[in-house]
Structures are given as C-alpha cells and as structure tokens.
Design a protein. Structure first.
Length: 329
C-alpha cells in the first residue's frame, strides 16, 4: 500500500506539472500568491513584483515655469523599454562580414527604433499624467489602508472590510498597470515593423531570454513550480530518489498550506463546497502522506531506488566497513 500511495502521489504531481507545461501561457502563480491569507500572507504578497504599483506608477514633483508640478515618473519605464530596444537591436545586428548595405540598414534601424521608443514613452507619459490626481488619491488610500489599526482587531466585519479594501486597491492599480503592459506590447510590435522585410522573414521576432536570471520574479516562480512538480511526480512514479522527491513534494505542500491555512478565524473562509476543516485539510493530509513516503523505503519496492541502493549505496558502505574493520560510523 505504500507503493500504491507513492504512485498516486506521483501521478498527481506529474499531471499537475505536465498540465502547466502544456498550458504555460495560461498558468501563472501570481493569482495564487495574491489570494494568500492568514498570518504569512504579506510574505507571499512580497513575491509578486510591484503588486501595488509603487514602482511603475510613481509620481514626482518637477519645476515648470517657477511652479512645482506633479507628474508621472517616466524614467523607470523608459529604462525598461530602452533595455528591450537594446536587446532587439543586438538580435538583428549584422555579423562582422556584413556588407555596407546591411550596415547602413542597421544604422537606419537604430534611428527608427529610437524614434518609436520616444514616441511611445511620450504617449505613455501623457496618458498617466492625465491620471495623476487619481493615482495620487489611490496612493493616499493605500497608505491609509496600511496604517489601519483595525487590521489587528478580530471582528469578522472588520476582516471582511479590510479584505474588500485590499482587493479594490489592487483592482484600481491593475487598470493602470494593464494599460502600461498593453502599451509595451504595442511598442514591441512597432519595433518589429521597423525591420527591413527580409530581416523579419529571415530571423523572425526575438526569442524570449533563456537565462532565468533575466526573468522577472513571477516567471522564475512559474518555472520552478512547473518543472519542480514534474520532476517530483516523475521521480515518485519511477521510484527514483524517492525520499528526496517526497521531501520536496512535502515542502511544496507546506507552502500551499501556509498560503491557504484552514482555520475558522481567517478571512476569507474556504467555500462550503470544499467542505470544512480545522487545519487538517486535503492539502495537509497530502503533505503528511509525502512525509510518510520520505521516511520509508517505498522507492526500493517496485522502483529504481532498488538499483541505486544495490549498485551505489551498498558498495560504498561495504568499502567503509572494509577500511574501518567494523560497522560504518
């Protein structure tokens, strides 16, 4: 039955990982993290980059005609878009053996893409400058929300009100952030249109960076979750490095339990359709089941750990016994 349990857990993890690989465009850990609740919720909110738009919606004071005027800080956005433009140009840069026509075309491409970048930065700044009053009001509401002393009180209506306020503030920020992301997509299309037709056909659009260190935090988390679940599930099904895989699966389930603890006083409560639980819910039980597998030899029973143990572990222990002249320490 331990082998059956191991196979069931492996099937569950593997299917979750394969589904995320197959639906990579639809899967994101961001909704899961932003819906975290309980005492550790702020820790998971911090994993989402700029969840309240403090970096992307920053308002600064500038002096115009002797007066201080508040406006949107375009520099962080320009820096991000300029970095993409540099990567774009680097991808299409002709090689050392390119002829003069190709070099001239590349120089024209640099000028055209700079004009496109400046135009889209100006349009984005104009749009958000028209929203400065609303953005300021939003940040004022956000500061009041975070200073709210009632957050530490336990009345159910206060918890519900605070949760609703948090969701409203995020929805408000997400409108402006979605606008900027949409404008970024339009910019990338406009840069692509600057290419000579032969270059666009020959190379196609620039590929997404394969270096995880250059991804944003959510992309890194998505990658780790997707392929981590797949590896854990595959190892459990094959019975390969079973203890390590089961321990990794238990740590992942602990992460899930901490984001959605089943405790009656935590708001929002679990929907009635999933049943009722006091800490021990289905996620907690799966975590314990994985710990059971991690503390057993289930991988050697109908699994590849049998070969690993007898081909690697046993010979290694035998050598230690022979060297020490007794049982291994």
């Amino acid at each position: 039955m331990l082998v059956v349990l191991r196979l069931c857990l492996g099937c569950h993890f593997l299917y979750e990982g394969v589904w995320k690989i197959k639906n990579s465009d639809a899967f994101s850990a961001e909704p899961f993290l932003t819906q975290a609740k309980g005492p550790l919720a702020e820790l998971f909110y911090a994993m989402v980059p700029d969840i309240y738009g403090r970096e992307r919606l920053r308002i600064i004071e500038v002096e115009q005609q002797g007066k201080k005027v508040k406006q949107f800080d375009i520099e962080p956005l320009r820096k991000r878009w300029e970095q993409y433009r540099e990567e774009f140009l680097r991808f299409y840069q002709p090689g050392r053996g390119a002829d003069e026509n190709a070099q001239n075309a590349y120089e024209n491409l640099k000028k055209d893409t700079q004009r496109v970048l400046d135009k889209h930065c100006d349009l984005a700044a104009a749009y958000l400058n028209s929203q400065v009053e609303d953005i300021e009001a939003y940040f004022g509401a956000l500061e009041r929300f975070q200073r709210d002393k009632e957050a530490h009180q336990g009345a159910p209506f206060q918890k519900q009100r605070r949760w609703n306020q948090m969701m409203q503030l995020r929805a408000q920020a997400s409108e402006w952030i979605a606008e900027l992301e949409g404008r970024e997509a339009v910019l990338k299309t406009a840069l692509q249109e600057c290419l000579p037709p032969s270059w666009a056909l020959e190379k196609g659009p620039p590929p997404h960076s394969r270096n995880p260190l250059r991804w944003n935090r959510i992309e890194q988390i998505n990658f780790a979750v997707t392929y981590g679940l797949t590896a854990i599930g595959l190892c459990l099904l094959l019975g390969l490095f079973t203890r390590l895989a089961a321990l990794g699966g238990a740590l992942f389930m602990l992460f899930v339990v901490m984001t959605q603890p089943a405790w009656p006083t935590i708001f929002p409560p679990d929907p009635p359709i999933v049943g009722h639980a006091l800490l021990v819910n289905k996620d907690f039980i799966e975590m314990v089941a994985l710990l059971v597998i991690a503390t057993s030899a289930a991988g050697r029973w109908g699994g590849l750990d049998y070969l690993v143990h007898h081909l690697i572990v046993d010979p290694f222990l035998s050598k230690r016994v022979n060297k020490t002249g007794g049982a291994p320490r």
